[in-house]
Ligand binder design. Sequence first.
Ligand code: NCD
Ligand code: ZN
Length: 481
Amino acid sequence: MNKPQSVDLVIHGGTIVSDTHQFAASVAIDNGLIVAVGADHTMPAATERFDASGLHLLPGAIDVHVHFRDPGYDYKETWESGTAAAAMGGTTTVFEMPNTHPPTADPAAVADKLERAHSNAYVDFGVYGLLAENNVDQLEALAEAGVIGYKCFMGNTFGNLPSPSTGAMLEAFERIAPLGLRTSLHAETASIMAWRYERLKAAQRNDALAHVAARPSVVAVEAVARAAILSEWSGARIHVLHVSSGAELRPMAEAKARGVDITAETCPHYLRFNTDDYARLGSVIRVNPPVREAHDSDALWRGLADGTLDMIATDHAPHLPEEKHNDVIWDADCGFPGVETQMSLMLDSVNAGQLSLCDYVRISSVAPARAWGLHPAKGRIGVGADADIALVDMARAETIDQNMLHSVNARISPFHGMRVTGVPVHTLVGGRFVMRDRRLVAEARGQGRNVKRIQNMPAADVRNADRTLAAELARAPGAAS
Ligand code: NCD
Ligand code: ZN
């Protein structure tokens, strides 16, 4: 019999959590991969044995919605600071948004962004390509360039990128459908918001709640329903970002029931806050879409429990503190950092009985891994998977302090001062510690990898292929046959 080879690391004494089970076991890691899970006496010899007594091992969180601002707005955040924040929050993979400058709208912009990510990232990453009014002809080239999927701003937001008309969106969906990639939607309809904003501003409604008045839930409901119809017609996969209202759950559930390949996320701020918090937080809570009524938060919790909402993401949207503070709500930047605090906030909710730890693993890791074809390499602690692990202490209590955030230029958080129980204490990405004992491991910078290498999307389900704009143009008199 061969002498058992020594592996890089064995983590022992902890409790492994999947979306269905919790069990005490050791994990052996070699070359970035999990090579064994089982009783400690069955583990191979290891260069390092790490004692995880009292801790739970979760597959690292996959946050499909972060804005790292680099290139173009690196005074707010960079790939280095954003991925450091992720590592500190137990998040091992991030998908980064294209509203940078220049926007990630063509292959050159993707190449530039991937280079920045490769040299700086502490965690694994995917990069979204933009789907806008004026770059529909770039979508195939963006796929070639290595995007994880597309981002479509149905309503204007930071960066003011041109939201596509419904016509441009349909052609885009027709072109994306055969590629099998998923398109993530900021589902708020631009024209409704612009109409109300102009009138409210003219009437000098400058209070924080005027932001909610400009974008009532119908703005989102209309956009979700419309996007689902285009997805159903074309077969393009979609994902609804930052679901903020209970009213969006109906078009979501109906689309799922019709067999549309649609997934959805909500974010901790929609679960934790409601309109009562505007008086206390003022413009700091300004975010698109807005935080809404208490009954919306309740509905979103129910949506997570019944599967209408698939996952949790953060919409990590850092801005400078001075950009967030303004007595005129329209002049305060929208969004705030979230990637570092998501796991603690959600584990605190686990401790409070709002969801189980297995539910949390499902919505933070398994569901996003499946929706973007990263499963089974990610989203699980099992043999053959990437060793992306968050080791969490469910009994540890901490007070969220915005001054400690690793988003060093954007140290402003509506969660500041909240007491949470349940904290990630160590994070591994690809078998390497990126956070150890609540400290960033500086040497891990630049080790993150592009997750595009492991796309396992199921085959595309293209619909109405003979009725697409391209198919009809091919029937034009001058078209080459
Ligand atoms: C985001 C940002 O600042 O980039 N802001 C926000 O309020 N959510 C953009 C977005 O996701 O809409
Ligand atoms: Zn958005």
